[in-house]
Write a protein that binds this ligand. Structure first.
Ligand code: SAH
Length: 567
């Protein structure tokens, strides 16, 4: 299931020069990424990025993509611009497709122009992908339109960045005369100088003004006041960078037009650990309700291909004359099964032959839904979502002496087979894929700091293996999944007792984590690490979303428990 094969090696051999895309990533909300930038994030060989790129955005970068961070680390100096220029030229000369990703729009105080000059000078081809700039989008997310016919006919974007001697190069009297909305970027530390400059140039102290922090993200905060009171109000709220200052009558509209925080999951941030191919549905539902969603796949499906065992099993299956069963235990198993048939050029009519109709079993609703996409309506789907229940239901339905072919993950749950064998059925268990652990090193660091700051409301787990993969990822363990691999839907929780070591591993206190789990077995695995457990009503994406809404949604259900309030 590995996608996004990179062509860098090929290009290097053919000696072609690479290319640089200078792209804006928007102000933080991943939904504000342009379609073009999103495609480039999936395809680039190397991504050169700096601060202001949110964890949600970073989680869109495939884990195998090379990344070069050129932003400021806390308390450290930023990478000098000349160094960034050199990196871009160097990577492109290696023949790579380089994505230079910047917050907001690359040409709005992004020094994008300087980077292009360096590329042009070195003869490197480039393209520019404009982004959604924070100067317009951040006000929009607190209900402030930067222009409005009743209040203003222009808006002006100004840097509040002070010169080395601490002074600002701003012509305040010209600005005040314009009577437009003023947007000051990079302005938190020079707020006092800005408001004094405006007041000194004759602006009324009652002019509405606002300071907007981390706009468009789950952590956005705003202080709406007047030019006269902004500094004191902002200090009281403890506003920090990144934030922008907005001055103008339109600021007063926020009181009536606010919307982002009012969405059911507005201001909430969740981390999803499902394998990438199953991710989108839950992420989309949560984003649709206003949440920020960090996608950090903890496990990965490695397809066994070519699969000789499957070929032989199917050849035998077709010959059998007794009642025949084909049994699936995960949606991904269904997809892989049909992909393998095509690969082996095996026609579906040759498999579904015999004396009677071939019966089909599915472990749960998600697996049944995956089968229906191939026009197969399963004969058996147990009410309880477990391998044992599936085995017992088939055992109770099948004609003794029948043949059962189970197609699933390597080292799948052992509970499925005993009921079938005791019912006198002949059973063949064929592995289609293995589950490996996945880790994105860049995201790991980012996620760890978000957890420490209490900025992640909950983590979702859809199998015991996602719990283990998550813990491994957070601890930075790069070992192979090895024998710990389990079936996606039926993994068993181990029996490791909860110790201080398990709850505190990797510097992260797992007891602080709220784990929203798809079923009991998954929950047992999360409980081993001391996580706070919540279990969805049934094993489906809709039920997971329902549970999250019940726990964290506005005006629908209970408040968060205080120990998980986090902020
Ligand atoms: N090219 C960027 C701006 C770069 S300057 C753009 O078009 O948005 C960096 C400044 O942008 C920060 O100091 C802050 O003033 C502002 N900024 C960027 N993202 C922001 C956000 N999410 N919320 C508030 N201000 C933001």
């Amino acid at each position: 299931m590995e996608t996004g094969q990179k062509m860098a090696g090929h290009r290097e051999k053919t000696g072609k020069t690479g290319k640089v895309w200078l792209a804006g990533a928007g102000p933080g909300d991943a939904g504000l990424l342009t379609v073009k930038a999103e495609k480039l994030m999936e395809r680039a060989d190397v991504i050169v990025y700096d601060a202001l790129i949110s964890a949600e955005l970073m989680s869109r970068i495939p884990s195998e993509t090379e990344v070069i961070y050129v932003g400021k680390h806390a308390g450290h100096h930023p990478v000098p611009q000349e160094e960034i220029n050199r990196i871009l030229v160097r990577e492109a000369k290696k023949g790579k497709q380089v994505l230079r990703l910047k917050g907001g729009d690359p040409f709005v105080f992004g020094r994008g122009g300087e980077e292009l000059e360096a590329l042009a000078g070195a003869g490197i081809p480039f393209e520019v992908v404009p982004g959604v700039t924070s100067s317009v989008a951040v006000p929009a997310y607190v209900g402030i339109p930067v222009t409005h016919r009743d209040y203003t006919s222009s808006f002006h974007v100004i840097t509040g960045h002070a010169r080395k001697d601490g002074t600002l190069r701003i012509d305040f009297s010209s600005l005040v005369k314009l009577k437009g909305t003023l947007v000051f970027l990079m302005s938190v530390s020079s707020m006092e100088q800005i408001v004094n400059g405006l007041l000194g140039a004759g602006m009324s102290p009652d002019m509405p003004a606002a300071v907007l922090e981390r706009g468009t993200t789950a952590r956005q905060r705003s202080v709406v006041a007047t030019v006269g009171t902004l500094k004191a109000e902002s200090d009281r709220a403890g506003i920090r960078t990144p934030a922008l200052i907005l001055v103008g009558k339109v600021c007063a509209l926020s009181d009536r037009l606010h919307w982002a925080e009012d969405r059911p999951l507005g201001g909430r941030q969740f981390l999803l650990t499902r394998p990438r191919q199953n991710m989108s549905a839950l992420a989309e539902q949560l984003r649709g309700l206003g949440a920020q969603v960090i996608e950090m796949p903890a496990i990965r499906t490695e397809v066994i291909s070519p699969n000789e065992t499957l070929r032989e099993a199917l050849a035998g299956f077709r010959q059998k004359q007794q009642e025949k069963w084909l049994v699936f235990t995960s949606p991904i198993g269904v997809t892989v099964f049909f992909e393998q048939l095509v690969k082996m050029q095996m026609d579906i009519r040759d498999i579904f032959t015999g004396s009677g109709r071939v019966k089909v079993g599915a472990i749960g609703r998600a697996t049944a839904a995956a089968l229906e996409k191939y026009a197969l309506m399963p004969d058996v789907v147990p009410d309880v979502y477990s391998a044992e229940a599936l085995g017992e239901r088939i055992a109770g339905t099948a004609v003794p002496g029948g043949h059962v072919l189970v197609v699933r993950a390597e080292k799948g749950s052992e509970d499925l087979l005993p009921p079938l064998v005791s019912a006198g059925l002949s059973v063949e268990d064929v592995p289609l894929y293995r589950t490996g652990y996945e880790m994105n090193p860049v995201l790991r660091e980012e996620a760890a700091s978000l957890f420490r700051n209490g900025e992640i409301d909950a983590v979702t787990f859809t199998s015991a293996s996602t719990v283990r993969g998550f813990v491994r990822a957070m601890e930075g363990a790069a070992e192979d999944a090895g024998s710990a691999a389990q079936t996606e839907e039926t993994a068993h929780a181990g029996s490791a007792a909860q110790t201080e070591e398990t709850v505190h591993a990797g510097g992260l206190d797992y007891r602080q984590i709220c784990a929203v789990c798809i079923g009991e077995q998954t929950a047992r695995a999360a409980a081993e690490y001391g996580m706070h457990i919540e279990i969805s009503r049934e094993a489906s994406t809709d039920a997971m979303t329902e549970k999250i809404l019940e726990l964290f949604g506005k005006n629908c259900g209970k408040e968060r428990s205080p120990e998980h309030a986090g902020r």
